[in-house]
Design a protein around this ligand. Structure first.
Ligand SMILES: Cc1cc2nc3c(=O)[nH]c(=O)nc-3n(C[C@H](O)[C@H](O)[C@H](O)COP(=O)(O)O)c2cc1C
Length: 238
């Protein structure tokens, strides 16, 4: 099984890219994790380009994401959300509706930041975005806090527990691919669970986001956070 690993950071010494390299080492038997590097080559999404000759970078993205059995995303948090470059790639991969590279694709999300929240807001937004784009997002979550302490200066993973948690996420993702393949090969189940039809409006499938009062009433680390500034997102800590 081939899982593509997509980092939301273009930074050479990115903790998120290091996390994905760690995932490649943690992969269970039978699972191959391959780092995908094409985010920085993509033009900004432009619907006028659809239907004509698409740029090679976009064709490559759609082909390679489409061919992967599953995709593991690692996202940093930029200003409380997903980096624009990653969102842009997802926008390209979400079209054309009904035959998009992300349509029905099994995906998992991890994320790292140097603060104490582990890019949780970016991961929550990414979960919402990928769900709307038509992907099947597994429920595992992996917020990596204080990322600068989890890798050596060559970007190699130092944390044994994190290694095991990465393996767990990959195991869940691989199981989801296997489950879907079994369902697709069972005539009864294939009939009972129809694929999303071409052009079907997907937005209602995504649960509404919690309002801020629910977040502040929720479990740690959100309890008591009422503003982004309170969440410790300051220029100093970046
Ligand atoms: C433009 C920008 C915005 C950022 N905003 C946040 C933020 O909202 N929350 C946070 O925890 N870290 C924030 N950071 C810090 C990044 O999460 C941190 O630098 C992280 O290591 C980047 O990921 P990378 O190492 O994979 O490049 C920001 C960094 C940049 C460059």
């Amino acid at each position: 099984m081939r899982i593509l690993a997509v980092s939301g950071s273009l930074r050479r010494d990115s903790h998120n890219t290091s996390l994905l390299r760690g995932a490649a080492e943690a992969a269970p038997v039978g699972v191959e994790v391959e780092l995908w590097e094409g985010l920085g080559d993509l033009p900004i999404y432009d619907q006028d380009l659809e239907g004509g000759e698409l740029p090679e970078s976009v064709r490559r993205l759609r082909r390679e994401w489409g061919e992967a059995d599953a995709i593991l995303f690692a996202t940093p948090e930029y200003n409380g959300s997903v980096p624009g470059g990653l969102k842009n790639a997802i926008d390209w991969a979400s079209r054309p509706r009904g035959e998009a590279a992300l349509e029905n694709k099994a995906v998992a999300i991890v994320g790292a930041s140097m603060g104490q929240f582990g890019a949780m807001w970016a991961q929550a937004d990414l979960r919402k975005i990928l769900g709307i784009a038509g992907a099947r997002v597994v429920s595992d979550e992996l917020p990596v806090t204080r990322a600068h302490e989890k890798f050596d200066r060559h970007g190699r993973l130092l944390d044994a527990e994190l290694f095991e948690r990465l393996r767990g996420v990959l195991h869940t993702l691989a199981s989801e691919v296997g489950r879907a393949a079994r369902n697709a090969s069972s005539p009864t189940l294939a009939k009972a669970i129809p694929r999303r039809s071409r052009g079907q409006h997907l937005y209602p499938l995504v649960p509404p986001l919690p309002v801020l009062s629910e977040i502040t009433a929720g479990p740690p680390p959100f309890r008591g956070i009422s503003t982004i500034a309170d969440a410790g997102v300051s220029a100093r800590r970046r």
